[in-house]
Design a protein. Structure first.
Length: 149
């Protein structure tokens, strides 16, 4: 069975730990890749910086993307993902604490597949992450990767 990687783009250490614990509950902790800001995420996709030598054809099956990050924000990352031929079909789920209608609208304008406001409570957060995984990695059919053709 193909390994399904999840890219978590998140700068908050507590939220990263909550996500790790939630992924452990569904046996996917080893499949979680974490980048801590937009600049690091772009390096990941381009195989540069600390990701030098990474197989750039090995793409995540879903991206969980925070918006409010240092260096390059989530909207800029989303724009890059959608403009890049190799990554444009990867489902991007915005997982943000922002309930600002402008953030939500901008996310969808840039091609987000879903926008979820992060629950503060661990149990609710864990449940949301598990539901995301079940839907996007189990039920959802995705087009073949351009790099993998």
């Amino acid at each position: 069975m193909e390994q399904k990687n999840i890219l978590l783009v998140e700068d908050n250490t507590d939220d990263i730990e909550l996500a790790r614990r939630a992924f452990q509950k569904v046996n996917l902790n080893d499949n979680m890749i974490v980048t801590r800001d937009g600049a690091e995420t772009l390096e990941y996709f381009k195989g540069k910086g600390k990701y030098q030598g990474r197989n750039i054809n090995d793409l995540p099956q879903i991206i969980l993307l925070d918006l409010k990050m240092p260096k390059i924000n989530g909207h800029e990352v989303l724009k890059y993902v959608r403009e890049n031929q190799e990554t444009r079909y990867i489902p991007v789920i915005i997982l943000s604490s922002s309930q600002d209608k402008k953030d939500i609208m901008r996310s969808y304008e840039l091609g987000a597949n879903s926008y979820i406001v992060k629950p503060i409570d661990f149990l609710k957060f864990s449940e949301v992450v598990q539901q995301i995984v079940i839907y996007w990695l189990t039920l959802n059919e995705q087009p073949a990767s351009k790099r993998g053709e």
